[in-house]
Design a protein around this ligand. Structure first.
Ligand code: SAM
Length: 261
């Protein structure tokens, strides 16, 4: 059951669509959606229901930990392949995958000649369209980013800022619903899945996490959001000692260097 606050939120977001289709209630809207007679209605509902709030280097810590612990580890562990695959699984308007790309920008010399794939996916087409453009307002770039990083990795486009081409080219975007199986994407060394599990119920969270675990390299790292935890969920994933908000497979805990301590 939805709490009163969530029911209000649901109604608040859906009522404009209810009115546009000249329906009398949210219930009728749901029936119309189920009937499948209105192409595009599902997409419209997705756009109003998803919260796309994001910012560059959100919560700082995961990006610091990736830079100070995970990258030195992978620089050794993947030295023969010289390839790293990173997935931002709820990329929203792009701030998260571009922050990851900027971390690599800062570590450029160490990864010279490496194939670094950064993959950003989201359910929302509108968010992805903005992400691909990589254009942000002054307000958006001021949140979470230093002026040095802004000047180094962005260019001015009228009153806004665009992520420079080198960083944009490092990230590939695609539409993907986390309720589906991601195995077609192959294996990732690092997965960011942040501030999206909070919208799912316990069973869905468990299912999503276990699917992510299947596409995580045995020594890979999964970063969840600051308010998210695996506590109480049935999953093989375990917190990585010394790294807040980072999880890995049981085998990873035995591998020297995966964790900070
Ligand atoms: C609050 S944003 C988080 C963005 C970013 N990860 C961050 O932490 O700043 C949540 C994102 O999850 C996406 N989302 C919601 N449900 C989803 C699903 N089932 N599959 C994929 N993305 C989903 C939304 O479209 C939205 O862009």
């Amino acid at each position: 059951m939805l709490g009163e606050e969530k029911a209000y939120l649901l109604e608040n977001r859906l009522m404009p669509i209810v009115r546009r289709y000249e329906l009398d209630s949210v219930e009728t809207l749901v029936s119309k959606l189920r009937a499948g007679t209105s192409p595009g209605l599902g997409d419209e509902i997705i756009e109003v229901m998803t919260t796309n709030e994001s910012l560059f280097f959100r919560d700082t810590k995961p990006f610091e930990q990736m830079r100070s612990a995970s990258l030195p580890y992978f620089q050794n562990a993947r030295a023969s392949k010289r390839k790293l695959r990173i997935w931002s699984a709820a990329a929203s308007t792009g701030q998260e995958p571009y922050s990851i790309a900027m971390v690599f920008g800062e570590e450029k010399e160490k990864f010279q000649g490496w194939n670094i794939e950064i993959f950003g996916t989201d359910l929302s087409r509108e968010a992805l369209a903005r992400a691909k453009e990589g254009i942000y307002t002054q307000f958006e770039v001021q949140r979470g980013m230093s002026i040095q990083m802004l000047l180094k990795y962005f260019g001015k486009v009228d009153a806004k800022w665009q992520v420079n081409k080198e960083i944009r080219d490092m990230v590939k975007f695609a539409e993907f619903n986390l309720l589906e199986d991601p195995k077609k994407f192959g294996t990732f060394d690092i997965i960011f899945c942040r501030n999206v599990l909070i919208y799912f119920d316990k069973d869905t969270k468990t299912k999503v996490l276990n699917r992510l675990a299947k596409v995580l390299a045995p020594d890979g790292v999964l970063f969840l959001g600051a308010a998210e935890t695996i506590l109480g969920l049935e999953t093989e994933l375990q917190p990585i000692p010394g790294m807040r908000g980072a999880y890995g497979m049981p085998e990873a805990m035995k591998v020297e260097g995966v964790a900070v301590s």
